[in-house]
Ligand binder design. Structure first.
Ligand code: PHE
Length: 343
């Protein structure tokens, strides 16, 4: 018995003097002393050799030795930072959480939402269409037959495997898809991305965004078109902005026009943005061509309608003072986080 007692004392000294510099040393300590084949287990096993009348006394000594070793182990873990997670009821819920960084909307999204929401207030419903389109919806149904010279106005990306497929060159494909549904009247606004095979530079890009509008009903006239666009311009650019329509040509509208507004940078005096004219072109429009209505099984003798289409990039560049189109698609966070408007 004496031998056992002095053995325990020696162990205690050894434990007391032990220092660990890292988690690995702490783990080695645990295995040596507290592991299933460790010294504490072994010493506890000595109990069976202790005479019955000494069992109580020895039991205490052994227990104390076990506790002593366990305490040392806990202290070692704490000092090397190798703590156990606090049980959940000890979590301090008043501690501040990790900040969640708040994103911002893309300037193109902001401008699209602005444009779309103005037309929504007039009862135009938003619909989107496919960016990979067939020839019919992007060209033929819009009165651009196979050899129509106006197809060259828009340099098209074709899908190699099937030349009938292409990346839409404008959002006008959505007006065809909506008219084909055969539900009249139609009053829709169609935002989306479009593609043209152009060299990427500060002023042009191989993809950009448009918003198309379409209104088809009985007795829709050019006057309705003008009033709708007047309302849009006043909401978008303010009451004092002047508007002018210039005759133009689109195969899918007749008559066709382009609409200019007084330059919102110089107020119409003339600057670099408006090339000293005082006007900026913002959209193309016109009365839907009777051939287009027929192509979509709408009777042109009963129904008329107007359509318009505008780019999103240019007004966004002017509004936010962005001078390079490429910035919109580079996704540089330093650029993107500058736009914090609510819509
Ligand atoms: N689709 C034409 C374009 O991309 C714009 C437009 C739409 C013109 C509708 C008239 C009517 O240039």
């Amino acid at each position: 018995m004496e031998q056992l007692l002095s053995q325990i004392e020696a162990y205690k000294k050894e434990i007391e003097g032990f220092a660990a510099s890292d988690g690995k040393a702490v783990e080695e300590f645990r295995i040596k002393w507290l592991g299933t084949k460790g010294i504490v287990k072994e010493i506890m096993g000595e109990m069976k050799n202790v005479p019955a009348d000494k069992k109580k006394e020895f039991g205490q000594i052994l227990n104390e030795f076990k506790l002593f070793t366990e305490n040392k182990y806990e202290n070692l873990r704490e000092s090397t930072g190798n703590r156990q997670l606090a049980p959940s009821n000890q979590l301090d819920l008043s501690l501040p959480g990790d900040p969640i960084p708040l994103g911002t909307r893309h300037p193109i999204t902001l401008m699209r939402n602005r444009i779309v929401s103005i037309f929504q207030r007039l009862g135009f419903a938003v619909t989107e269409g496919p960016e990979i389109e067939d020839d019919w919806h992007n060209f033929t149904a819009l009165n651009l037959h196979e050899h129509h010279p106006a197809r060259d106005m828009q340099d098209t990306f074709y899908v190699q495997q099937n030349p009938d497929w292409l990346l839409r060159t404008h959002t006008s494909n959505v007006q065809i898809r909506e008219m084909e549904k055969g539900k009249l009247p139609i009053r829709g606004i169609y935002p989306g991305r479009v593609y043209r095979n152009e060299t990427v530079s500060a002023r042009s890009h191989c993809f950009f965004h448009q918003v198309e509008g379409l209104y088809i009903d009985e007795n829709v006239s050019f006057a309705d078109l003008k009033q709708t666009l007047y309302f849009f311009v006043k909401e978008m650019y303010g009451k004092d902005v002047k508007v002018r329509f210039r005759p133009s040509y689109f195969p899918f509208t007749e008559p066709s026009a382009e609409m200019d507004v007084t330059c919102f940078i110089c107020g119409g005096v003339g600057c670099n943005i408006c090339k000293k004219t005082g006007w900026v072109e913002i959209l193309g429009c016109g009365m839907v061509h009777p051939n287009v209505l027929s192509n979509c099984h709408i009777d042109p003798n009963k129904y008329t309608g107007f359509a318009f289409g505008m780019g999103i990039e240019r007004p966004a560049m002017l509004k936010y003072g962005v001078n390079d189109l490429r910035l919109f698609s580079e996704n540089d966070v330093r650029f993107l986080k500058q736009f914090t408007s609510a819509i």
